[in-house]
Write a protein that binds this ligand. Structure first.
Ligand code: ZN
Length: 354
């Protein structure tokens, strides 16, 4: 697989040094909120373990890679013979990585026609196990990086277990994921877990504004909240053309039955946005603080029974969000459900709302 260089996020230098100093197991699981740079950190750890600089060799890979030795260059270009990176096909495409060249599909024509898989398949794991059994090419280590590790199905995970528990020779595993709870206990128990902390907001806002000239800090803050605090989630929203204004207007649009700019968002993302609105409305209804939307955009006088029913409808919609619906009709249906749910609760006897 040819990978393009993924750089550490600006706030990860200190995290990398700390991780390298603490990671002692031959199998490591990096976990944290999705979209907080797990893959970037895991690749930097792999690079440190493979770096051939005298300082790195002396420290047994416990210091960051030098960045300019032949091994570092091979990692950067995706051709290091002792590094195997496994990510789902669908993610390879979104990363701009060349996928399919090392697939085990017998029929490459069929492989091209089908939809890229969201899973890390057992064929890829079998290739990784074979990779582990071959000798080290460059005398440092052999590294298998699996991201996100929760995309291994049960068969894939079971195929990996024995090698993960007793890695041959100088084989090391780096698994990364969002929630550690999504990893099978049998895999989790064989790894040293490393929690990737979320960076402080200021560093993320600077990063977003630098990458998007013209983006104000206040708009960046709105989009960061929209992404649940996930830096890469906010960057993805910007890449998709989402604006802070459209996000802030969404609750009002929904209440007024207006299909705003958000109606053109891909269906899975639209359902996700409505689920966030439903979540915030329920919190506001209970006297809590909205998490994803600005507090002033979220009314508190909604009906909890209606919100509960809407949440169930959205869960149902989420299960089928990738289905090739007539998108226009589906958006209309989602808008109808949403509008009904966000209306103020009807007054009942005694003056209280339902
Ligand atoms: Zn190096």
């Amino acid at each position: 697989m040819v990978v393009s260089l993924l750089r550490l996020l600006p706030w990860q230098d200190g995290v990398l040094r700390e991780a390298l100093g603490r990671l002692t197991s031959s199998a490591v699981l990096v976990h944290g909120q999705p979209g907080s740079g797990q893959l970037e950190l895991a690749l930097a750890v792999a690079k440190a373990w493979l770096c051939e600089s005298p300082a790195s060799v002396a420290a047994s890979g416990a210091v960051p890679a030098c960045g300019h030795c032949p091994a570092c260059h091979l990692v950067d270009t995706g051709y290091h013979p002792d590094l195997k990176v496994l990510v789902p096909e669908a993610m390879q495409a979104s990363l701009g990585w060349d996928f399919g060249a090392d697939e085990a599909d017998a029929d490459k024509g069929e492989a091209k026609k089908r939809k890229p898989s969201q899973e890390i398949k057992v064929d890829a794991i079998r290739q990784a196990v074979t990779f582990c059994q071959s000798t080290v090419s460059r005398d440092r280590a052999k590294v298998v990086l699996i991201h996100p590790a929760d995309r291994m199905n049960t068969v894939s995970a079971n195929t990996l277990l024995k090698t993960l528990e007793e890695p041959p020779g100088r084989v090391r595993f780096l698994l990364s994921c969002g929630s550690i709870d999504d990893i099978l206990p049998t895999v989790r128990s064989r790894c040293q877990a490393w929690h990737l902390p979320l960076p402080e907001g200021g560093a993320v806002l600077d990063w977003l504004c630098t990458a998007h000239p013209g983006l104000s800090a206040s708009d960046a803050r709105v989009l960061l909240a929209a992404a649940g605090g996930s830096p890469q989630g906010a960057a993805e929203l910007l890449r998709l053309g989402w604006t802070a204004a459209a996000w802030q207007r969404l609750p009002k649009d929904v209440a007024g039955g207006v299909a705003g700019a958000w109606a053109g968002w891909p269906l899975p993302l639209l359902v996700d946005a409505l689920q966030k609105l439903c979540h915030d409305l329920a919190r506001a209804n209970a006297g809590g603080t909205a998490r994803f939307f600005p507090a002033e955009a979220v009314p508190a006088d909604t009906s909890l029974p209606r919100l509960t029913a809407w949440a169930a409808e959205l869960r149902q919609a989420r299960r089928h969000a990738d289905h090739p619906w007539n998108a226009g009709l589906k958006v209309e249906s989602l808008l109808f459900q949403a509008r009904r749910a966000v209306q103020p609760a009807p007054p009942v006897l005694g003056g209280k709302r339902a």
